[in-house]
Design a protein around this ligand. Sequence first.
Ligand SMILES: [Zn+2]
Ligand SMILES: [Zn+2]
Length: 151
Amino acid sequence: MSDLDDVRRLAQALIDEHLPTGWVFAYDHARRRAGATHFTHRRITLSRHLTARYDDATNHQTLLHEIAHALVGPEVGHGRAWLAAARRLGYTGGVRHSGEAAVELARWVGTCPAGHVLHRFRRPTRELSCGRCSRRFDRAHLVVWSERPPA
Ligand SMILES: [Zn+2]
Ligand SMILES: [Zn+2]
């Protein structure tokens, strides 16, 4: 269990320390993924629901995971450059945290043309367009998926 205000303060401190000016933190309402990086709006978000359930260490790790995405850009996915940046921040991905749905366990990472990043635990079976770019299915906002190698 974590206090949402404490995590918000930690998030903003980490963002101020590691990211260029302009990046901000917010909570979102996702129920299936812990964190997200919104490149277009320079925003890192955590799920309000999952953050409250997870412990501080897990939330800290999720923040480092997302900050590393923000540092290396949307094209990289969970590739080497992302992992190197994440490690420098102190991300210990691969270690199982108590949050069973934490993003570091997500096998699939998707990116829309605008750079929104999504995480999924199972192989996406249907074409998906980005829900943040368009409310209805639109091939102009198709999400491209890549599979993260098993830890
Ligand atoms: Zn990720
Ligand atoms: Zn998008």
